[in-house]
Every structure is written in structure tokens, then in C-alpha cells.
Unconditional design. Sequence first.
Length: 197
Amino acid sequence: MAVNFIQNSQLPTRWGMFQLHGFYDDIDEKEHIVLSLGSMSTVDPVLVRIHSECLTGDSLFSIRCDCGSQLEEAMRIIAQEGRGAVLYLRQEGRGIGLLNKIKAYHLQDEGADTVEANEQLGFDPDIRDYSMCGPILKHFGVTKVRLLTNNPKKVQALKEIGVTVSERISLQVGENPHNEAYLAVKAGKLGHLFDKK
């Protein structure tokens, strides 16, 4: 995999001044970004969120998922700690793309759950790939992370590419009546780990 660093700039946000880093994956022909805060070159584990693009949740404020809430909370926690990074990966709709995601939403509107909708469209429930995280984290010299996630597949994926996950930190936000079934499927069919409230 050839993931190349392109350029970085400052990005002022409501949580503080992040650095915005652009990367290009020559194989998938996709652009990925990293939002970092503070020093990344340290022997201590770095607080990291691996976040797959969700246009509807991150930018259009949809509450049929918890993606936008998780992104905001991750940035808030990183800012509060003063150091960390969000790896923002361009793999919309668990990897099926934006237009297929809209098709999946339509099937969900008709009664399918998120896993069933993907399968009805001919996809596996989650086709995301996290291998690009290896060269991206290597660029920053990061080999150990504290991972903000409920998804054990992300923990396993990082371990497989040689990154030590010293801690998994739950990121349980954004629950509402519109995404209750969605979250239940994440836990029941996809193995996401949620703390009981």
C-alpha cells in the first residue's frame, strides 16, 4: 500500500487549533486526513480515534447514526487532553460508498436493519479496511495508541499492522430514539462494545 503524505495546515475548531494533515492512497485513489493536536512524537501511547467518513452524520447532522456525535466527542476529549489525533478515513457507509449508503437507508426505511440492507445490496455488513492506518501512524512516529472506539475490529486491525493498543476507551454518545435499532444491531450483529447505562 502506498499512502503518501501531501501537506498540512492549521485548522481552527471550536475545541482548539488542530493541525490538518492530508494523505493520498495511490492504490485506492482515496484522500484521507488526520486532525492532530499537540506532540505526536512520544514514547507514551497517543490518544487516537479512527473515524470512517459519514457525510450524513458528520456534516448533515443526521441522528439515525451516532457518527457525528462520536467525531465531536473524540475531538473534545483530545482537546481536553491536549494531545491526540483523529484519523478520518474516506470509506463512507461502512465501505460501500455514499450512493449505496442512500440505497441502504431506503431499505432501512422499509424495515431492514443496517446489516440486512448491506447484504440485500450484495455487500458484506462492513467492508471497511484499516490497513492505511499503518503508514499514516508511521508518518507521525506513533506505535502505541489509546484507542477511542466501541469497535473491537479496529483494535484487532491495529494489532495486525503492528500498532500496540494499550487501552480501548469507550465512545458512547449520541443515543436517541432514531438510532436505537441501529445501535442494537451494532452491538448484536457487529460485536460493538457498549457499556450498559
